[in-house]
Write a protein that binds this ligand. Structure first.
Ligand SMILES: C[S@@+](CC[C@H](N)C(=O)[O-])C[C@H]1O[C@@H](n2cnc3c(N)ncnc32)[C@H](O)[C@@H]1O
Length: 453
């Protein structure tokens, strides 16, 4: 019988969904943070549940050849972000492929082929969006950085190896400004204080920067001083906005935004297209891999579909219209649906600035709006792109897809578990022809997939 605090020597037989090592002791599965398949490790048991337990590394007795040093990152040991950063990059791609395969093999009756994960040549500083909480430490002093793993303690962070470097420098400057001007950070315990988050987005191709200061109240009165200080120092800043979020929630942005400098948005370029991005709109965080992802999705349209130029496509969960716009030249007409109104406004503007006239966008919940639009516009789509949030598709949308019978569905997913669940519900009607994982989030345990059904 496993006991808390007891020590064992184990062989790591696999890596799990979060990249954690997996061992078996007396038939019980033990999850060990930061252990690698093939290693022999002395562990201490931290917690025992009915069928599984958690352990932590005491000593690595036999090291995996895939283990690398990560001493350069000062937050790594506590931050939950890059939980594969102790593993060689190539091997992290193998782990991610196995995660996708495991999800699909468990959910599906038929076997499907999962391609090797497309990785990055330089998997560092890739994020175009920084979002750091601002709060107080245990001495109630201001702190800005990343949350420590599984908690809301903020680890001071002035360098992060996956963030765009310019965004990081701007964040550091804003934090200094906040401290120097005595502006109160938000305190999650008392729900008081002003600054909750610093969000910085950069169009990596255009270089344009959008700064969003997320506030809990209207006590921030230094708009002019902040603008002067930042814009003088950082010529790439195109806009600065205040966003108000007064709810006790983990959601970062509130609904209300006030522009204090510039136009309230930036542009970026992906492939042949220019995109307007507003503070509340979704935009993929790794532009290099996004182009690969979208081009793979477009390639899947061509494969085996006769003259797509005469065909109709749907872009469900379309954000600012990126996939639909990439696809537009291959179709007679494309319809996009997205729940965030500001994103739909961006999408319409994006169609206009790219001279695309065969695309139409609708704001609303896919679950409710899709059946209505299909009926009203008498749409019979040949291809449907879906790119839902992590929770995947809802049952009603899957049923509508089955009724519509598009000749192909191109499913883009950031969560292999819900992706596998959803395609298993379409397995009777569709072949899952190809699954291509793309490493959008290097060194984290997240993996994106694009599949053609
Ligand atoms: C993973 S993002 C994909 C966006 C876009 N396809 C892209 O590549 O940039 C998912 C999008 O779905 C939107 N969304 C979430 N729930 C939705 C719903 N029920 N109906 C419509 N859109 C939704 C989000 O606002 C977000 O823009």
């Amino acid at each position: 019988m496993l006991k808390k605090n007891e020590e064992y020597v184990v062989e790591i037989i696999d890596n799990g969904f979060q990249g954690e090592g997996i061992a078996k002791i007396e038939g019980i599965t033990v999850f060990i943070d930061k252990a690698i398949k093939g290693e022999k490790i002395k562990i201490k048991i931290l917690k025992v549940q009915t069928n599984f337990a958690y352990g932590k590394i005491i000593e690595i007795l036999e090291k995996s050849e895939n283990r690398i040093s990560n001493e350069d990152c000062t937050t790594y040991k506590r931050c939950g972000g890059c939980n594969l950063r102790h593993i060689k990059y190539e091997e992290t791609l193998n782990i991610k492929k196995a995660i996708v395969e495991n999800c699909l093999y468990k959910a599906l009756k038929r076997n499907v082929k999962v391609n090797n994960v497309i990785g990055m040549e330089k998997p560092l500083f890739y994020r175009n969006k920084l979002q750091y909480p601002v709060g107080v430490d245990k001495d109630v002093k201001p702190v800005m950085g990343v949350y420590s793993s599984r908690t809301h303690d903020i680890i001071p962070t002035n360098e992060c190896f996956i963030q765009n470097k310019e965004c990081q420098i701007i964040a550091n400057d804003i934090f200094e400004f906040i401290k120097e001007n005595g502006i109160k950070p938000y305190n999650e315990k008392t729900l008081k204080g002003t600054v909750r988050h610093i969000v910085i987005r950069i169009g990596v191709t255009t270089g344009e920067v959008l700064v969003t200061l997320v506030l809990n109240d209207n006590k921030f009165k230094k708009d002019k001083e902040l603008v002067e200080f930042l814009v003088k120092k950082h010529k790439n800043i195109k806009s600065i906005v205040k966003n108000f979020n007064t709810k006790n929630t983990n959601v970062i942005l509130g609904d209300k935004t006030e522009v204090i400098y510039g136009d309230g948005y930036i542009y970026d370029i992906l492939g042949d297209y220019k995109f307007k991005i507003s503070p509340l709109s979704f935009y993929q965080v790794n532009p290099i891999q996004t182009e690969i992802l979208y081009n793979t999705a477009i390639k899947y349209v061509g494969a085996g579909l006769d003259s797509p130029q005469n065909k109709i496509a749907l872009d469900l969960y379309c954000g600012i219209g990126t996939i639909g716009i990439f696809a537009s030249k291959y179709f007679k007409k494309v319809y996009g649906i997205e729940i965030v109104k500001q994103a739909i406004e961006d999408a319409k503007e994006n169609a206009r600035i790219n001279n695309i006239n065969n695309i139409e966008f609708f704001a609303g919940d896919v679950e409710e709006l899709l059946p209505k639009i299909i009926e009203k516009e008498k749409i019979k789509p040949d291809v449907v792109f879906v790119d839902p949030p992590r929770k995947g598709l809802d049952k009603k949308t899957i049923d509508v897809l089955k009724e519509l019978e598009p000749s192909r569905i191109i499913y883009i997913s950031c969560n292999p578990a819900t992706f596998a669940r959803d395609v298993s519900l379409l397995e009777e009607e569709y072949d899952i022809r190809e699954v291509q994982p793309v490493d959008m989030f290097p060194y984290t345990s997240h993996v994106e997939c694009v599949a053609v059904l």
